[in-house]
Design a binder for this molecule. Structure first.
Ligand SMILES: [Zn+2]
Length: 94
């Protein structure tokens, strides 16, 4: 991460989890294209508190704080809601 820059650590975690979930068996019927992935991320992130940092050290701290199993469960729950909301109604027709 180049300094200085504004990074939302919640966003990084959400992207990782969305990719992981969408490529699992449970969601194989949902669209996996980049556009849907971004729609799901946008929807989830609008419902989750952001966690902004500007330095690598703070980013590490934030990751450690956010990656509790309780918090990940909370984020996963929101992502699953977003997958159902966005994934069943893609913004594209092809
Ligand atoms: Zn799609």
């Amino acid at each position: 991460m180049n300094m200085p820059s504004l990074v939302n650590v919640t966003e990084e975690i959400v992207f990782g989890l969305i990719k992981f979930l969408l490529h699992g068996l449970e969601y194989q019927t949902f669209c996996h294209c980049e556009s849907c992935e971004l729609e799901i991320a946008a929807h989830a992130l609008n419902h989750l508190p952001p966690y902004y940092v500007t330095t690598s050290a703070n980013r590490e701290d934030a990751f450690n704080q956010l990656k509790t199993s309780e918090n990940i469960q909370q984020i996963n729950k929101q992502i699953i809601l977003s997958i159902y909301k966005m994934g069943k109604h893609p913004n594209h027709t092809d």
